[in-house]
Ligand binder design. Structure first.
Ligand SMILES: [Zn+2]
Length: 207
């Protein structure tokens, strides 16, 4: 093939360059823009305002036409987007994963910050959710009480200690307050000697 067919002279800088150095212009006879990419970009940077204004003017003057085009291509573009998504799904997921791995520290820092900043909002959402789903939540909790002995014990002891501290438990776990765990407690209750009730000298449990 003649090298001339692969090259073109830039109308701006006058240099002879490979066709790949020119942007495609489907309307042009040569199928390429008259000036090379470098010159085209230079021109765009220099005329940014002008280009933006031109585009704005075009949009304003052709509102109806643009709307009709968009309407006519709605289904087509929807279909295209769907196909694009399906075709690139795996790749996008992989990209996403890679990004997350690379920015792990930043992301967890950001999440923690967000968590702290939105504490009030979170609590409010939580409250709202609980109010909305109260029945399901209660049913789940009741079921768990029936099937999960440790959970039931935890819950009852927590409630009793809160009661005997007259509401001053302040969200602390009862195991931290009392100094032994439900496991020891259960061993004492169900596996240990009768009457081997755990003893803590610091707190009067009231039961
Ligand atoms: Zn050029």
């Amino acid at each position: 093939m003649d090298i001339k067919q692969l090259t073109k002279k830039c109308s701006k800088c006058g240099e002879i360059k490979f066709l790949s150095e020119f942007y495609v212009d489907k309307r042009a006879k040569s199928r390429r823009q008259p000036s090379c990419k470098k010159c085209a970009i230079k021109w765009q940077c220099k005329n940014k305002e002008k280009i933006l204004n031109y585009a704005k003017k075009y949009r304003e003057e052709n509102k109806e036409h643009i709307k009709r085009c968009r309407e006519a291509n709605k289904e087509k573009s929807k279909e295209y987007q769907k196909r694009y998504y399906e075709k690139n799904r795996e790749r996008k997921l992989e990209q996403h994963k890679k990004y997350n791995r690379q920015h792990k520290d930043e992301i967890s820092k950001y999440l923690k910050q967000w968590y702290d900043d939105n504490r009030e909002k979170r609590l409010e959402q939580h409250k709202k959710y609980n109010e909305l789903h109260r029945n399901e939540i209660n049913a789940r909790l009741r079921e768990r009480c029936e099937t999960d002995l440790k959970y039931k014990l935890n819950k009852n002891i927590s409630r009793m200690i809160n009661f005997s501290l007259k509401g001053n438990k302040n969200g602390q776990h009862w195991e931290d307050l009392v100094g032994y765990t439900s496991g020891i407690f259960m061993a004492g209750l169900y596996g240990g000697q009768a009457g081997s009730r755990p003893y803590n000298p610091n707190i009067s449990l009231g039961f």
